[in-house]
Design a protein around this ligand. Structure first.
Ligand SMILES: NC(=O)c1ccc[n+]([C@@H]2O[C@H](COP(=O)([O-])OP(=O)(O)OC[C@H]3O[C@@H](n4cnc5c(N)ncnc54)[C@H](OP(=O)(O)O)[C@@H]3O)[C@@H](O)[C@H]2O)c1
Length: 344
């Protein structure tokens, strides 16, 4: 390497280090902190829990399904984590109040809240009921607001704390066949961004995570309406496609790094960033592309809207070699109860 190249390389490393320092990266550690992760029993939440526990945090997780929680607790205890796994429904304000009181009583004040719990309903608009919209808003929006309002006063009083809100690319652009989900994620994103500005002066950092597709194995437990087998097939195949989706491990790494740095936003993978840029600079073109995509998706059936889980919507296309990576994620991230067997 020539000396000029060496000087340039040293300069680049120095400015990268200065940027990290300015953004506070490295100054925040999860070690010894109390971290509450909603929806930590499976999928991304479980990987986040495992990663913060590995970094020395006391970790509390919640979900509604006790069996999945027990399995998740065993996974976390195996790595030597101090763990609480509590049944709670984030769409119920009282339940959230009890959850946070229990965690605080045993682990002390919550230093980091990760609002991760979410539900998704897939199908054409004609098949969605008002209850589907209410369910999405209750979990994806109110389920973020309730825990936040519960922990915020103590964080403000202490002059510190981190809140990480897991939203979605579906909260940046309206996605066909995901209307309740998209609407609720737009609401969550607006809440998260505005909150960051309001609490910054109190030493509380809010990070908005905006993931595109992640291989968490979630399609198995998602809700499908209309031609549910065809809906499950396109959704689970998309979830498995290389380039379109990222692994849950990769997602967790990116989200926790952003939280450590105190970033306002983390948006990934590249294809999701491109979609956001395209929507901003060419909204009509993006709308046409989405309308075209909608035409390729299954139409609404003549009668019967149904409401089935992915695991009850299997076909020749899913599971298949096309969904291999997503199916593997379902096995790895606690999406399958032992009673369901090892079949996907
Ligand atoms: N997977 C993706 O491609 C993707 C992409 C973008 C954004 N996201 C977002 O990332 C987050 C995690 O996704 P994921 O794929 O890991 O989902 P997942 O595997 O379906 O896990 C969702 C978790 O939330 C819990 N949960 C759902 N409703 C709840 C409620 N009312 N109260 C308490 N817990 C509840 C679930 O447990 P119980 O059902 O037992 O309650 C489960 O632990 C979600 O917010 C999702 O919208 C996912």
């Amino acid at each position: 390497m020539s000396s000029a190249a060496r000087v340039l390389a040293a300069g680049a490393v120095a400015s990268w280090a200065a940027m990290r320092l300015l953004r506070g990266e490295g100054s925040f550690s999860f070690d010894g902190k109390t971290v509450l992760i909603t929806g930590g029993s499976r999928g991304l939440g479980l990987v986040l829990a495992r990663d913060v526990a590995g970094a020395g945090a006391k970790v509390a997780i919640c979900a509604r399904d006790q069996d999945a929680l027990d399995r998740a607790r065993a996974v976390l205890e195996r790595i030597g984590a101090a763990v609480m796994a509590l049944p709670a429904d984030v769409s119920d304000r009282e339940s959230v109040h009890r959850l946070i009181a229990a965690v605080t009583a045993r682990f002390g004040p919550i230093d980091v809240l990760i609002n991760n719990a979410g539900v998704i309903e897939v199908g054409p608009a004609e098949t969605m009921s008002v209850a589907d919209y209410e369910e999405a808003m209750a979990t994806n929006f109110w389920g973020m607001v309730y825990p936040t309002l519960e922990v915020l006063p103590a964080m403000r009083e202490r002059g510190g704390g981190r809140i990480v809100n897991i939203t979605s690319i579906g909260g940046k652009l309206g996605v066909p066949h995901l209307l309740p989900y998209s609407a609720s994620k737009f609401a969550a994103l607006g809440f998260s961004q505005g909150l960051r500005a309001e609490v910054a002066g109190d030493g509380v950092s809010v990070t908005t995570a905006i993931p595109g597709l992640m291989r968490t194995g979630s399609p198995r437990n998602a809700i499908f309406r209309g031609r549910h087998r065809a809906e499950y097939a396109w959704f689970s195949i998309g979830d498995s496609l290389p380039g379109l989706s990222v692994s849950a491990e990769d997602a967790s790494r990116r989200i926790l790094a952003a939280a450590r740095r105190g970033d306002a936003e983390v948006l990934f993978p590249a294809v999701a960033r491109l979609a956001v840029i395209a929507t901003a600079v060419a909204p009509n073109l993006t709308a046409s592309a989405l309308a075209l995509a909608d035409r390729l998706l299954p139409g609404a059936p003549d009668h019967g809207t149904g409401r089935k889980r992915g695991k009850n919507s299997q076909s020749g296309l899913s599971p298949s070699w096309l969904t291999r990576r997503g199916d593997e994620a379902a096995r790895r991230y606690n999406q399958i109860a032992p009673a369901e067997g090892s079949s996907t």
